[in-house]
Design a protein around this ligand. Structure first.
Ligand code: NAP
Ligand code: ZN
Length: 347
């Protein structure tokens, strides 16, 4: 066993606190990563507070992990000691179902193994995430990280980056299209950068008027506060594609009204409660309402390489692990500029 330390919650009510635990010994295909940075995703908060149900404790959250390979198993081919490596939202999957064979392991028919809040393949060890000093992962579920970009700002690509990249590519967002990003937080700001890089005309739909300057600095072409009724009216049946990153309860019909004929609204935000939808918001203009979950390993590597080539990283606020609870409070208020990343040397 590899003695490790991190920050964990013991149940949905307690704050994160220092925690010692064991990682498995390296198997022949495993790598040991010394974690340097871990991004803070709103999903971490949903899960430690058990907002989606079925939480497994104790829980060390964190699935935007970057660091250096410090040891490799005997049969490892992709990595050597000293390489930069990353881990996203899952660390394994069945490898045999049609989804796994197609490289979309996030949709594994038998259920992927989450990086945390999940049981490892042995069915009894609780998988623990990246708010920790080390992680042991199969090389096939480990990403290669370029040394061209600042590592701390690359960490959020492992979830916020791929979660926004995958639907933009799947729905073939391209130059000349009108795209809107709902919610300017961790996912939203990556959605803006990526949609802009694909050549789309990008609008941010936000509840925070104070984020306008930032939205434009991130590359967005337009900014709209969704409480401004006149502005909302102007974009009725307007967008080819809307990416909805909102973490809480919101009015889907409002945003569906902005989608044009044959356009789509794709949800990536995961509000804990169900949101009602009026059929009249979809049917008269043949609109699509869809969802999308992270991305497969192949596509995540493609996104990381694309970001390295195009110089795309996250705008981050680096924090010490002791300040995590304060960061959560700001995240709930929508005050994230635009991703908190934990410096793991502060552990
Ligand atoms: P975040 O940084 O907290 O950003 C969410 C943003 O949504 C906020 O900054 C705010 O932006 C807006 N917002 C929040 N509550 C709202 C409300 N009630 N009504 C309207 N707008 C609201 O969160 P994140 O880390 O980007 O994650 C966003 C969501 O995506 C979470 O639910 C997370 O669990 C989910 N997620 C899904 C996947 C996936 O695979 N599909 C992957 C990762 C995360 P404004 O101030 O601009 O309004
Ligand atoms: Zn995430």
């Amino acid at each position: 066993m590899i003695a490790s330390k991190g920050y964990a919650v013991q149940n949905s009510k307690t704050p994160l606190a220092p925690f010692s635990f064991n990682r498995r010994e390296l198997g022949s295909h495993d790598v040991l990563i010394a974690i340097q940075f871990c991004g803070v995703c709103h999903s971490d908060l949903h899960q430690i507070r058990d907002e989606w149900g079925g939480a497994i404790y104790p829980m060390v959250p964190g699935h935007e992990i970057v660091g250096k390979i410090s040891k490799v198993g005997a049969a490892v081919k992709k990595f050597k000691v000293g390489d930069l490596a990353g881990v996203g939202c899952f660390v394994d999957s069945c490898r045999t179902c049609s989804s796994c064979k197609a490289g979309i392991e996030q949709y594994c028919e038998n259920g992927m193994t989450g990086t945390y809040n999940s049981y490892e393949k042995d069915g009894k060890t609780i998988a623990q995430g990246g708010y920790s000093n080390f992680i042991v992962v199969d090389e096939n579920y480990t990403l290669s990280i370029s040394d061209k970009l600042p590592l701390s700002a690359v960490a959020p690509l492992l979830c916020a980056g791929i979660t926004t990249y995958s639907p933009l590519i799947h729905w073939k967002v391209r130059a000349g299209q009108k795209v809107a990003i709902v919610g300017l937080g961790g996912l939203g700001h990556m959605g803006v950068k990526l949609a802009v890089s694909l050549g789309a005309d990008v609008t941010v739909l936000s509840t925070s008027a104070s984020k306008e300057e930032d939205a434009l600095a991130l590359g967005a072409h337009h900014f709209l506060v969704t409480t401004d009724k006149a502005a909302v009216k102007k974009v009725r049946n307007h967008f080819d594609f809307i990416l909805d990153t909102v973490s809480g309860k919101h009015d889907l019909d409002l945003y569906l009204g902005m989608v044009k004929l044959d356009g789509a609204l794709v949800m990536v935000g995961l509000p804990p409660e169900a949101l009602p939808v009026d059929a009249f918001s979809l049917i008269p203009k043949r609109k699509t309402l869809a969802g999308s979950m992270i991305g497969g390993i192949r596509e995540t590597q493609e996104m990381l390489d694309y970001c390295a080539e195009n110089n795309i990283v996250s705008d981050i606020e680096l924090i010490a692990i002791k300040d995590i609870e304060a960061a959560y409070i700001r995240m709930v208020k929508g005050d994230v500029r635009y991703r908190f990343v934990i410096d793991m040397t502060t552990l």
